[in-house]
Design a protein around this ligand. Structure first.
Ligand SMILES: *Cc1c(COP(=O)(O)O)cnc(C)c1O
Length: 427
């Protein structure tokens, strides 16, 4: 299958090119030329299939013979070699727990698939590449874990000093081998600027083959649609509503692709924090991106979500069609804490701040015949400061926290000027 730019349908590339380019030169996003349709007999037999079987079927619709079936099967198997259980929270609501991977958030799934697809392609052509990533928290750790030990790929991660949580920093700095962490004396925007400038620098581009692993890469999105199939596979209801805590809207887009392929999902909820431009669009038909505001669900603090153009493309830019399949919801910080408390008290289930928004959206909107599923996008241990705001005492996370014990942190401190970063890369 070919992929086109959302800004120019005649600009088309292969899966391999879409993976290594990440973005088309016109700054659109890559989009599949035709979303596949899965046969109904296959969909009806979902319950009997393994996670790998399902993932292979879905991925091969997009990738076709660019990666042979046996290699693709191994890539899928390695991508999802952890549990993705649907856990009952109440009679009508269940959590799809996406945090059982190495860095305890759903971003592991996309990062692991992307790294292995890249590894496959560079092995075919005997290349070596260097991946640059700027991170404000979750993405960098997932990318580091996903690419750790992969031959032929060096990974350079830039994070802002003092602006990531302690656990997040350890998930960036304790790898070694092909992973290098740079602690930049600036903000996330400074880190991102250094990365962007690197891609434009002649000396660097002569010295190494640079690539990116950012969240809009098509190879991160495709595997995220697998777990919607796992959710439906584990659900006992025929009328499922899926609530997706959203920031950049990659997760929701992947869910819409699964639905479009034929997976029976009645409707979706775009669950947001105070950064609610998409729920506003759903309500009014007017899209007004804005600067992001900081919230307790900080992985969703996005004011201009990149994947919104992919959602528009899926519905042919038809507002009414989109509202038939998706409704919007938003929750403020104080309510996030209240929801975490009430869910713990009533159902003995500890939500993270992002999952709390997804859960509350279902409470507010389910009708009697519907079953609600929300994506629990990260483990609460990643957001301990918020958990500690909600609860005077909480369960013991020492097992997770202590898992870094004995691991040495290593990073290179950098000022925010480009020349220093360039020197470090060339060294
Ligand atoms: C990245 C992230 C989100 C937002 O996902 P999008 O695909 O960007 O909408 C939600 N929750 C957590 C924990 C995340 O890390």
């Amino acid at each position: 299958m070919k992929f086109h730019s959302t800004k120019n349908t005649s600009y088309q590339v292969s899966f391999e090119e879409a993976v290594f380019k990440s973005l088309p030169p016109d700054n659109g996003l890559f989009y599949p030329n035709a979303l596949p349709k899965l046969e109904s007999y296959w969909l009806e037999n979902l319950k009997g299939m393994s996670k790998t079987e399902i993932g292979l079927k879905v991925a091969s619709q997009f990738i076709e013979d660019e990666i042979p079936a046996d290699s693709l099967e191994r890539i899928v198997e390695e991508t999802i070699d952890f549990d993705i259980p649907l856990k009952k929270v109440s009679n009508q609501i269940a959590a799809l727990e996406l945090f059982h991977g190495p860095t305890w958030a759903f971003k592991d799934v996309g990062a692991r698939f992307l790294s292995r697809c890249m590894a496959y392609f560079i092995e075919q052509s005997n290349r070596e590449i260097t991946i640059l990533v700027a991170t404000s928290g979750d993405t960098g750790g997932a990318v580091a874990a996903g690419f750790f030990g992969i031959p032929g790929i060096q990974v350079k991660i830039l994070y802002p000093k003092g602006k990531v949580s302690e656990i997040q920093r350890k998930q960036l700095t304790t790898w070694g081998d092909n992973i290098t962490a740079y602690e930049v004396a600036g903000t996330f925007d400074d880190c991102q600027r250094l990365v962007k400038q690197s891609f434009l620098d002649d000396d660097l581009n002569k010295a190494m083959s640079l690539s990116s692993a950012n969240s809009i890469n098509i190879a991160r999105l495709i595997p995220q649609s697998f777990y919607y199939f796992y959710a439906i596979q584990q659900s006992e209801s025929a009328h499922n509503v899926i609530s997706v805590p959203s920031g950049n809207y990659g997760n929701l887009t992947a869910g819409l692709w699964a639905w479009s392929m034929g997976l029976p999902i009645d409707r979706f909820i775009a669950a947001s924090n105070e950064n609610h431009v998409v729920p506003e669009y759903l309500r009014t038909g007017i899209y007004t991106p804005s600067a992001s505001v900081q919230t307790y669900a900080n992985a969703m603090d996005v004011g201009a979500p990149s994947n919104f153009v992919r959602m528009l493309e899926l519905f042919g830019r038809d507002h009414v069609k989109m509202t038939q399949q998706i409704s919007g919801f938003k929750l403020g910080d104080a309510e996030i804490l209240k929801t975490m408390i009430s869910c713990q008290e009533e159902h003995n289930y500890l939500l993270d701040p992002h999952g709390a928004i997804g859960y509350q959206a279902l409470l507010n909107s389910l009708s009697d015949h519907e079953q609600g599923i929300f994506l629990e996008t990260a483990h609460p241990v990643k957001f301990l400061d918020v958990v500690d705001k909600a609860f005077k005492s909480r369960q013991d996370f020492s097992e997770k926290i202590n898992s870094f014990e004995g691991k040495k942190e290593a990073f290179q401190a950098l000022p925010i000027d480009f020349e220093s970063f360039k020197e470090a890369l060339m060294a």
